[in-house]
Ligand binder design. Structure first.
Ligand code: BG6
Length: 478
């Protein structure tokens, strides 16, 4: 691994994402020894005028619960917080960024014991509207000028609102940084069972020959949350569930299920295949879309009371290639439903004369990572009857004591290591917006109305009808 000074700058340090995700992930990396104190400094940058200590105090509560923590843990937290320095300034002024650069340079010169490169990572935990100006400031004031060192920027979704704005954003950032310097984070790519997809598909004889239209009847990729847009109505209403979850998180999962085998496991080869499968998706048909909005969504004071924004969507994607022709991929996401769950369900075709229960392979991303396969077996006992049962790999049971890393933790480590495999490339982003932009425009214009559904329910009944129409057969057991 590379050594040398490492400066991690969290822009938007006092915001929600930074507090809830970025800093806790950095803390876990620090705790496991990935951010050695003799190399690393963390800088928080934001507009709010607060002191170092105030920022550290604000972050503490997100890193540890004092009442449960041992004195050793509290000590680790204190040491980690000590690595953080706060710089306040606007997002569009050179003065602020020159000040930040001064602090970074000071840190770089102090870490004299650390031989090797100087590395600068800028994490934009900010709304995308300020990305162009922040990137420009970084480029003008804070570039790493040392030989062999690097400067990288990490950006969060939403990357644009449609094809045009996403491309515009990509062009603006692309004029300042090279693609290998840009890390577009999609935290679903950091989830354990998402990272497992390619291994599962390509390292198991069992799946390799079956993974196609001859054997698979349909695939579902489902995201459910049992809470609404609480506190985020203002943001959410501008975006809706397709832009918030489907165009990014679920489409990334879709790519990994549907793509062809990459030439190698090199990040570029993997991303090439993802782009190809996205480009093979045919235009979405109106009759293969069901939208919903939960009752009570409009009660949020930040949501207009005539809002048409969907909080639920079920969309069938179809792929025009030899492997998948005729196989519906049902992509479904909803807020304020009856459970919190994200899973992939691959349903196999019937065997001749099948009377009950199809084979179904389920990959549960969360909660409680698991993979299980529904099989038909003989009902144990004297009689000769059949029953549906499961082959079950529940991670908690099988990998007792193994801590599954948080998605952000893993992905931030990748940015430091320079591994872009689990990040979205510019052409991938473009291809994913191409799929959804026509539908999104119609929704935005009010041409596509969401059905209402009760908060805490399964979502609109029309979505179950769509599923049935797609040929999904309800299985039993789990
Ligand atoms: C975010 C969305 O990207 O993902 C949120 O903006 C959503 O609306 C969240 O709640 C879900 O992430 P996870 O990891 O909890 O499934």
């Amino acid at each position: 691994p590379e050594t040398g000074s490492l400066s991690i700058v969290v822009l938007g340090a006092s915001g929600d994402l930074a507090k809830k995700k970025t800093f806790p992930a950095l803390f876990h990396l620090y705790r496991q020894g990935f951010l050695p104190a003799d190399e690393v400094s963390i800088f928080g940058y934001a507009r709010t005028i607060i002191s170092n200590d105030e920022l550290r105090e604000r972050l503490r509560g997100y890193l540890v619960r004092d009442k449960d923590a041992s004195s050793e843990e509290l000590e680790v937290v204190a040491k980690f917080l000590h690595l953080i320095k706060y710089v306040s300034g606007p997002y569009d002024s050179e003065d602020g960024f020159h000040l930040l650069d001064k602090e970074i340079l000071e840190h770089e010169s102090l870490k004299t014991s650390a031989k090797g490169l100087s590395r600068r990572l800028f994490y934009l935990a900010l709304p995308p509207s300020v990305y162009p100006s922040v990137c420009k400031m970084i480029k003008t004031c804070c570039m790493n000028k040392s030989d062999g060192g690097w400067t990288r920027v990490v950006v969060e979704k939403p990357f644009g609102k449609d094809l045009e704005s996403a491309e515009q954003l990509s062009t603006q950032i692309g004029a300042l940084f090279e693609e290998p310097q840009i890390y577009r984070i999609d935290h679903y790519l950091g989830k354990e069972l998402v990272q497992n997809m390619l291994v599962l598909r390509f390292a198991n004889r069992l799946f390799l020959p079956l993974w196609n239209r001859d054997n698979i009847a349909n695939v579902q990729i489902v995201f459910r949350e049992d809470f609404g847009t609480e506190g985020r109505g203002g943001y959410f209403d501008q975006y809706g569930i397709i832009r918030d979850i489907i165009q990014n998180h679920l489409l990334q999962v879709f790519c990994l299920i549907a793509m062809e085998k990459p030439v190698s496991l090199k990040p570029e080869h993997i991303r090439d295949e993802k782009v190809k499968v996205l480009q093979s998706v045919v235009p979405i048909k109106d009759e293969e879309v069901v939208l919903g909005q939960y009752d009570g969504y409009r009660n949020d004071p930040t949501v207009p009371n005539n809002s048409n924004t969907p909080t639920f969507a079920s969309v069938i994607l179809r792929i025009d290639n030899e492997r998948w022709e005729g196989v519906p991929f049902i992509i479904k996401a909803g807020k304020a439903l009856n459970s919190r769950k994200a899973e992939i369900r691959v349903q196999f075709k019937d065997v001749p004369g099948q009377k009950q229960g199809r084979n179904e392979f389920v990959i549960r991303l969360q909660p409680e990572e698991a993979m299980y396969m529904k099989l038909t077996v003989k009902q144990p006992g004297l009689e000769m009857s059949t029953v549906q049962s499961e082959l079950d790999l529940s991670y908690r049971q099988r990998y007792q004591g193994v801590k599954i890393p948080e998605a952000y933790e893993r992905l931030i480590l990748d940015t430091i290591r320079g591994d872009q495999q689990h990040f979205v490339r510019r052409d991938e982003l473009k291809a994913s917006w191409e799929i959804f932009t026509p539908l999104l425009y119609r929704i935005d214009k009010g041409e596509f109305k969401p059905f209402s559904y009760q908060a805490g329910s399964r979502g609109p009944a029309e979505a179950d009808k769509l599923l049935e129409k797609a040929g999904y057969v309800q299985t039993h057991g789990y």
